[in-house]
Design a protein around this ligand. Sequence first.
Ligand SMILES: Nc1ncnc2c1ncn2[C@@H]1O[C@H](COP(=O)(O)OP(=O)(O)O)[C@@H](O)[C@H]1O
Ligand SMILES: [Mg+2]
Length: 420
Amino acid sequence: MLLDYDFKLRAEKSGLYVRRENSQIFESRTFNQPELGQALPLYDLNNNQIRSTFNIGERFYAYAKFDYRYSDGAKGSVFVIRERSPFAELTRRLLPVLSILLIGVLIIANWLLYRWITRSVVKPLNLLRSSAERIKEGNLQFQLDLNSKDEVGQLNEAFESMRQRLQESVNLRLQDEENRMELISNISHDLRTPLTTIKGYIEGIRDGVANTPEKMETYVNIIYTKAVNMDKLVDELFLYSKLDLNQVPFEFEKVDIVKFLDDCIDEMRYDWEGQGIAIDWDNPASEAITVSVDLEKLKRAVVNIMDNALKYMNKDHKRMAVSILAEPEWVTAEFKDNGMGISEEALPYIFDRFYRAEPSRNSSTGGSGLGLAIARQIVEEHGGTIWAESVPGAGTSLFIRLKRMTSEGAHDHDDTDPHH
Ligand SMILES: Nc1ncnc2c1ncn2[C@@H]1O[C@H](COP(=O)(O)OP(=O)(O)O)[C@@H](O)[C@H]1O
Ligand SMILES: [Mg+2]
């Protein structure tokens, strides 16, 4: 019967061992281990420790035992023994140590993770939040720099660029506001001056100061001139502000720029030659130079430029020259006078609205300082550029450069791609 059990146990790599007093009465053949008898524990009827392990040399065994007494009183023990791999044994012995170690590592890892999260996530997020609050209160004058490269760093970067954008737009708005205030004060000033004059002369008439028909005529003429100037000023202001607000529709058409300038000069020639000024028009009539132009507007720009040439002329021998330079992509018109010129300091500003170089010296000529500002707006709306070169005392050249239309005519005026 023992053999029978033993056979069943063998399938589990285990075996039986039965002991009576100190001699073995059954030993499984599973182990083939002569020292097994010495290694097994002594008899203990209380069966205190019924499971344990032992080793013989390098081999580990686990056993379960049961002690009992034979009917004749002899001490008997039965063992079920199973060989275990040294690794399993080692694990069994090291398990408590390992568990403690594991828990320790877990706690430390947890703590490190907590610290890392607070440092790299919670703190920056707190900073971001307080910055967002500052922005909400309208304070944009700070810089946020967390110097981290991870997602929080990216968030910070996005936040920072948002702040910069906001600040830019706020600055832009303030600038706009300032411009508007300046515009209003300029307009009121420029309208008040002729109005004051008109009022003065009308008072003169009313109080009987203009007591001769000649005086009367002088007064009325002055009033008329001032009213005409005011009308012109209001007109320019209106045009300028509409251009500024992009409220003027531009109607572009294919135009030969040579023909266009020819017409402009023809119209002005009468006026100019009446004042003894010849216009040299260098007409390169060999080929048509096609550009996309709003005729009425571009003419306004040319008239403004020519008006200035006439106005700021200070030589006895007055000369005006208009010429054209054609390049494959561009065509440039030059308007050259031999007037008083523009000082180097004033040159960068002449296209600004209300800017007048030496306003006191120019006051006799009148003017709003809007002529070139309007010309610039018109030329830029054509996708072109306008600039000036001047030798103070000798004369000024104004240039308008426009993009030529390709022969196919497939050119769109506001196409900014220069290779098109
Ligand atoms: N051809 C020119 N010669 C000398 N100065 C010029 C000439 N064109 C423009 N300027 C200067 O540029 C300023 C701005 O010109 P503009 O905008 O037409 O204003 P305005 O003619 O009403 O003064 C002028 O006040 C003048 O000082
Ligand atoms: Mg002018």
